[in-house]
Write a protein that binds this ligand. Structure first.
Ligand SMILES: Cc1cc2nc3c(=O)[nH]c(=O)nc-3n(C[C@H](O)[C@H](O)[C@H](O)COP(=O)(O)O)c2cc1C
Length: 189
Protein backbone atom coordinates (compact mmCIF):
# COMPACT_ATOMS: atom_id res chain seq x y z
CA UNK A 1 0.00 0.00 0.00
CA UNK A 2 1.35 3.43 -0.90
CA UNK A 3 2.24 5.89 1.84
CA UNK A 4 0.71 9.34 1.70
CA UNK A 5 2.51 11.92 3.83
CA UNK A 6 0.00 14.61 4.75
CA UNK A 7 1.85 17.66 6.11
CA UNK A 8 -0.67 19.94 7.74
CA UNK A 9 0.68 23.48 7.96
CA UNK A 10 -2.69 24.98 8.87
CA UNK A 11 -3.28 26.79 12.13
CA UNK A 12 -6.95 27.61 12.59
CA UNK A 13 -9.36 24.99 13.91
CA UNK A 14 -11.88 25.97 11.20
CA UNK A 15 -9.24 25.91 8.47
CA UNK A 16 -10.63 25.87 4.92
CA UNK A 17 -7.21 24.73 3.69
CA UNK A 18 -7.42 21.69 5.94
CA UNK A 19 -10.96 21.00 4.72
CA UNK A 20 -9.67 20.79 1.13
CA UNK A 21 -6.56 18.81 2.11
CA UNK A 22 -8.67 16.32 4.11
CA UNK A 23 -10.91 15.92 1.07
CA UNK A 24 -7.90 15.31 -1.15
CA UNK A 25 -6.31 12.87 1.32
CA UNK A 26 -9.53 10.81 1.41
CA UNK A 27 -9.49 10.67 -2.40
CA UNK A 28 -5.86 9.54 -2.55
CA UNK A 29 -6.20 7.04 0.31
CA UNK A 30 -3.47 4.56 1.17
CA UNK A 31 -1.52 4.55 4.39
CA UNK A 32 -1.81 8.16 5.55
CA UNK A 33 0.93 9.58 7.77
CA UNK A 34 -0.50 12.78 9.22
CA UNK A 35 1.87 15.45 10.48
CA UNK A 36 0.34 18.52 12.12
CA UNK A 37 3.11 21.10 12.17
CA UNK A 38 1.45 23.24 14.85
CA UNK A 39 1.91 20.32 17.24
CA UNK A 40 5.48 19.45 16.21
CA UNK A 41 7.09 22.72 17.32
CA UNK A 42 9.95 22.57 14.80
CA UNK A 43 12.06 25.59 15.69
CA UNK A 44 14.03 27.72 13.23
CA UNK A 45 17.70 26.80 13.13
CA UNK A 46 20.00 28.75 15.45
CA UNK A 47 23.76 28.48 15.83
CA UNK A 48 23.53 25.64 18.34
CA UNK A 49 21.17 23.49 16.25
CA UNK A 50 23.08 24.32 13.06
CA UNK A 51 26.34 23.06 14.60
CA UNK A 52 24.63 19.95 15.98
CA UNK A 53 23.05 19.22 12.63
CA UNK A 54 26.33 19.62 10.75
CA UNK A 55 28.08 17.25 13.13
CA UNK A 56 25.32 14.64 12.75
CA UNK A 57 25.49 15.01 8.95
CA UNK A 58 29.28 14.64 8.90
CA UNK A 59 28.97 11.43 10.93
CA UNK A 60 26.05 10.30 8.74
CA UNK A 61 24.17 9.71 11.97
CA UNK A 62 20.86 9.58 10.15
CA UNK A 63 19.15 7.49 12.84
CA UNK A 64 19.20 10.55 15.11
CA UNK A 65 15.68 11.90 15.84
CA UNK A 66 16.71 15.22 14.27
CA UNK A 67 16.31 13.57 10.87
CA UNK A 68 12.97 11.88 11.43
CA UNK A 69 11.09 14.35 9.23
CA UNK A 70 13.59 14.06 6.37
CA UNK A 71 13.51 10.24 6.56
CA UNK A 72 9.71 10.33 6.53
CA UNK A 73 9.60 12.69 3.54
CA UNK A 74 12.19 10.72 1.58
CA UNK A 75 10.22 7.48 1.92
CA UNK A 76 6.69 8.78 1.17
CA UNK A 77 5.06 7.82 -2.11
CA UNK A 78 2.91 10.93 -2.36
CA UNK A 79 2.82 14.14 -0.36
CA UNK A 80 0.17 16.70 0.53
CA UNK A 81 1.34 20.02 1.92
CA UNK A 82 -1.56 22.05 3.29
CA UNK A 83 -0.58 25.68 3.76
CA UNK A 84 -2.86 28.71 4.00
CA UNK A 85 -1.84 31.79 2.02
CA UNK A 86 -0.21 34.07 4.57
CA UNK A 87 1.57 37.28 3.60
CA UNK A 88 2.03 36.16 -0.03
CA UNK A 89 3.52 32.90 1.21
CA UNK A 90 2.71 30.41 3.98
CA UNK A 91 3.01 30.17 7.79
CA UNK A 92 6.56 30.16 9.13
CA UNK A 93 6.07 26.68 10.63
CA UNK A 94 6.06 25.42 7.03
CA UNK A 95 9.40 27.11 6.35
CA UNK A 96 10.85 25.63 9.55
CA UNK A 97 9.69 22.20 8.39
CA UNK A 98 11.22 22.66 4.92
CA UNK A 99 14.48 23.80 6.50
CA UNK A 100 14.47 20.63 8.59
CA UNK A 101 13.98 18.27 5.65
CA UNK A 102 16.64 19.68 3.33
CA UNK A 103 19.31 17.18 4.32
CA UNK A 104 22.24 16.22 2.14
CA UNK A 105 22.41 12.44 2.06
CA UNK A 106 18.73 11.93 2.87
CA UNK A 107 16.49 14.04 0.67
CA UNK A 108 19.11 15.13 -1.89
CA UNK A 109 22.80 15.11 -2.71
CA UNK A 110 25.06 17.37 -4.76
CA UNK A 111 26.37 16.19 -8.12
CA UNK A 112 30.01 16.76 -9.02
CA UNK A 113 28.84 19.93 -10.77
CA UNK A 114 27.26 21.18 -7.53
CA UNK A 115 23.71 20.63 -8.68
CA UNK A 116 21.22 19.14 -6.20
CA UNK A 117 19.94 15.69 -7.15
CA UNK A 118 16.76 14.43 -5.50
CA UNK A 119 16.73 11.38 -3.27
CA UNK A 120 13.03 11.27 -2.44
CA UNK A 121 11.06 8.22 -3.50
CA UNK A 122 7.79 10.08 -4.10
CA UNK A 123 7.15 11.73 -7.42
CA UNK A 124 3.99 13.67 -6.64
CA UNK A 125 3.29 16.57 -4.29
CA UNK A 126 0.00 18.38 -3.89
CA UNK A 127 0.19 21.92 -2.52
CA UNK A 128 -3.17 22.85 -1.04
CA UNK A 129 -3.86 26.46 -0.17
CA UNK A 130 -6.68 28.89 0.42
CA UNK A 131 -6.52 32.67 0.31
CA UNK A 132 -8.58 35.51 1.70
CA UNK A 133 -8.12 37.45 -1.52
CA UNK A 134 -6.50 36.57 -4.83
CA UNK A 135 -3.10 34.89 -5.01
CA UNK A 136 -1.45 37.72 -6.89
CA UNK A 137 1.95 36.07 -7.19
CA UNK A 138 2.51 32.33 -6.84
CA UNK A 139 6.28 32.68 -6.59
CA UNK A 140 6.67 32.91 -2.84
CA UNK A 141 4.31 30.15 -1.70
CA UNK A 142 3.52 27.48 -4.24
CA UNK A 143 6.36 28.55 -6.54
CA UNK A 144 8.96 28.18 -3.82
CA UNK A 145 7.70 24.76 -2.71
CA UNK A 146 7.58 23.61 -6.34
CA UNK A 147 11.15 24.76 -6.96
CA UNK A 148 12.32 22.99 -3.82
CA UNK A 149 10.43 19.77 -4.58
CA UNK A 150 11.59 19.59 -8.19
CA UNK A 151 15.04 21.12 -7.88
CA UNK A 152 16.16 19.52 -4.63
CA UNK A 153 13.99 16.56 -3.68
CA UNK A 154 13.43 15.16 -7.17
CA UNK A 155 9.64 15.28 -6.80
CA UNK A 156 8.74 16.14 -10.37
CA UNK A 157 4.97 16.33 -10.34
CA UNK A 158 3.91 19.28 -8.19
CA UNK A 159 0.47 20.74 -8.42
CA UNK A 160 -1.51 23.37 -6.59
CA UNK A 161 -5.08 23.08 -5.41
CA UNK A 162 -6.45 26.42 -4.32
CA UNK A 163 -9.52 28.33 -3.25
CA UNK A 164 -9.29 32.11 -3.44
CA UNK A 165 -11.27 35.18 -2.34
CA UNK A 166 -12.71 33.44 0.71
CA UNK A 167 -12.54 36.59 2.86
CA UNK A 168 -13.82 39.00 0.23
CA UNK A 169 -17.05 40.64 1.35
CA UNK A 170 -20.01 39.03 -0.41
CA UNK A 171 -18.11 35.96 -1.58
CA UNK A 172 -20.05 32.72 -1.82
CA UNK A 173 -17.67 30.72 0.34
CA UNK A 174 -19.53 27.42 0.05
CA UNK A 175 -19.55 27.68 -3.76
CA UNK A 176 -15.83 28.51 -3.88
CA UNK A 177 -15.11 25.53 -1.64
CA UNK A 178 -17.33 23.13 -3.56
CA UNK A 179 -15.77 24.30 -6.86
CA UNK A 180 -12.32 23.57 -5.40
CA UNK A 181 -13.51 20.10 -4.35
CA UNK A 182 -14.85 19.64 -7.86
CA UNK A 183 -11.35 20.35 -9.21
CA UNK A 184 -10.02 17.69 -6.85
CA UNK A 185 -12.67 15.24 -8.10
CA UNK A 186 -11.52 15.88 -11.68
CA UNK A 187 -8.03 14.67 -10.78
CA UNK A 188 -9.39 11.23 -9.94
CA UNK A 189 -11.73 10.57 -12.88
C1 LIG B 1 -1.48 35.82 9.29
C2 LIG B 1 -2.36 35.86 8.07
C3 LIG B 1 -1.88 36.38 6.88
C4 LIG B 1 -2.68 36.43 5.75
N1 LIG B 1 -2.17 36.94 4.58
C5 LIG B 1 -2.96 36.98 3.47
C6 LIG B 1 -2.45 37.49 2.24
O1 LIG B 1 -1.31 37.93 2.12
N2 LIG B 1 -3.28 37.52 1.17
C7 LIG B 1 -4.57 37.03 1.22
O2 LIG B 1 -5.26 37.04 0.21
N3 LIG B 1 -5.07 36.52 2.39
C8 LIG B 1 -4.29 36.48 3.49
N4 LIG B 1 -4.79 35.97 4.67
C9 LIG B 1 -6.14 35.36 4.67
C10 LIG B 1 -6.04 33.84 4.49
O3 LIG B 1 -5.30 33.52 3.33
C11 LIG B 1 -7.40 33.17 4.36
O4 LIG B 1 -8.27 33.52 5.40
C12 LIG B 1 -7.24 31.66 4.29
O5 LIG B 1 -8.39 31.05 3.79
C13 LIG B 1 -6.89 31.11 5.65
O6 LIG B 1 -6.76 29.72 5.55
P1 LIG B 1 -7.40 28.75 6.63
O7 LIG B 1 -8.91 28.88 6.55
O8 LIG B 1 -6.93 27.41 6.19
O9 LIG B 1 -6.87 29.15 7.97
C14 LIG B 1 -4.01 35.93 5.81
C15 LIG B 1 -4.49 35.40 7.01
C16 LIG B 1 -3.69 35.38 8.13
C17 LIG B 1 -4.25 34.80 9.42
Amino acid sequence: MKTLLYIDGTVRSESRTKELADYLAAKIGGNIEYLRLSEENILPMDLKTLCEKEKLCQNKDFDDPYFKYAVQLASADEIILAAPYWDLSFPSAVKAYLERVCIVGLTFYYSNQGIPVGMCKGKKLYYVTTAGGTITDEAYGFGYVKALAQGMFGIDDVLMIKAENLDVFGSDVSKIMSDAKGKIDELFI
